[in-house]
Structure formats: C-alpha cells, structure tokens
Design a protein. Structure first.
Length: 254
C-alpha cells in the first residue's frame, strides 16, 4: 500500500494508478482533430453527400469551431464507436443502411493508411516520462488503460520508451467492452495483482470518471488546464502538473 499525493491532498491505501492514454499521457488533440476532419471528408465524399453531412459527421465526432471536445466521441470513444456513429449519420442522411457500415470502415482505413504512424504524432505531455519513472520507484503498480487499439497503445509506449516504467497496459479491441464498462479495468488490475478498490484512475474525460464510479475504484484524478481542458466535474482530485503527483510508502497519519 502507498499514500498518493496530488498537490496538497493525499489519498491513503492505494495499490495502483491506472492512466488513460490519449489526452492524459499523450497529447493527441491535434491528430484526433485532423483525423476527424479527414474521416468526415472521406465518408461524405464516398457517399455522394454534401457539406451538411460532413458537418453532421464532425458534430458526431465531437469537433466544432472551438476545437475538439475532450468528452466527445473522437477523444473519448473507441474506433468502433466512431465507426458506428458515422454510419448512423449516413443512414440518417438517406444512405442505404446495409452499405453504410462497410463504406465507413473503408473510408476510415483509407485515412489511416495515409497516416505515417500514430505515436510520432501524439507525443507525451511534458514531464510524462519523468513522472512515470518517479512513481515506478514507489510501492505502486502503474498501468495504462486506453480506448485506443492495443496496437496503438503498444506503439506509443514503445516509441517513447515508457514500457520500463509501466507494469502492464490494456488497449480496447473491437470485441472489448469500452469505457466506462469496468471489464477491462478489472482484467488489468487482476494482471497487476491489485484490488480495483485500491486503484486510482488518472484521465481527462467523463468516460474515465464514469469508469471509476462503475468499477468502485479508489478515486478519479482529472487532468486540467495544462492538458488543454477544464477538470472533469466531480473528480476526486484535480491535477495541474505532473510534479504534483507523488507517492510514498505507508498510510497517511491521522
């Protein structure tokens, strides 16, 4: 067990911290916004539909003139959820339902094929590696749980040489229940050999917060303005910089 510090506050009896990836460890906002635009353009063009449908697709993905919604489908949802959302927009616009899903899958694949690797375009936020290395020296187990595909999670951790500081990680495959379903968090905690009830989750979206609630985890730490977003309402603690996150062995003294 360890006590975890977030700023001037402490949480006792913590066994593990599980981090979200995109928007928390990885600065993915620019890439996600660009990908959303490319997918919307590709789907609307391939379906022979106009700019109105392109705008509907962007809204579905959580992209607006103000930028990327950190709680929207593109930022917080799985690839499969984004595919389903795009197909629903096309069907609503009059595209044949049986053809919508394969068309969206083809368009998404074409956009991804033009992208030369994801990890290189989603660097860690400043201080991420140092924070993980520091916490790795504590009694805590460290994990990563992402709505991104397992291949992209591994690519990110490999590319930035973060694997030595992470005890285990979990991506979300097409067959996996996405956040906030607690199934993958429970699996990850089992592999880490820790209790979910003594695990903190650090993230940037409503899905991470809802995950903590459904799993009855120890608490949710929300990243804030330096990560380009306001804190998630209701978070147990709010993190303003990685240096504010620390851990020590033992319990908080009364």
């Amino acid at each position: 067990m360890a006590q975890v510090r977030c700023g001037q506050r402490w949480i006792a009896d913590v066994e593990a911290i599980v981090f979200d990836k995109d928007g928390t460890l990885a600065d993915s906002h620019r890439l996600l916004r660009h990908t959303a635009w490319a997918r919307a353009e590709a789907c609307a063009t391939a379906a022979g539909l106009g700019d109105g449908v392109k705008q509907a697709l962007l809204t579905c993905f959580g992209v607006s003139a103000q930028g990327l919604d950190p709680d929207g489908l593109m930022a917080a949802g799985t690839r499969e959820a984004n595919r389903q959302g795009a197909a629903a927009v096309l069907v609503q616009a009059g595209y044949p339902p049986a053809a919508a899903t394969p068309l969206v899958a083809k368009c998404f694949a074409a956009v991804n094929a033009k992208r030369s690797g994801k990890a290189a375009q989603t660097p860690p936020f400043e201080g991420t590696a140092a924070m993980l290395a520091r916490l790795h020296q504590s009694p805590l187990k460290l994990g990563v749980l992402s709505s991104d595909s397992p291949a992209y999670v591994q690519e990110f951790l490999d590319y930035y040489q973060l694997l030595p500081w992470v005890d285990d990680w979990q991506g979300t495959g097409p067959e996996d229940p996405p956040k906030p379903d607690p199934t993958l968090l429970v699996k990850l905690c089992d592999r880490l050999q820790v209790s979910v009830a003594h695990t903190l989750v650090v993230g940037d979206s409503w899905a991470d917060f809802a995950l903590v609630k459904q799993a009855q985890a120890a608490g949710f730490v929300s990243v804030s303005q330096p990560w380009g977003r306001s804190p998630v309402a209701g978070a147990t603690l709010v993190l303003s910089q990685w240096d504010d996150l620390g851990a020590e062995a033992g319990s908080v003294e009364p």
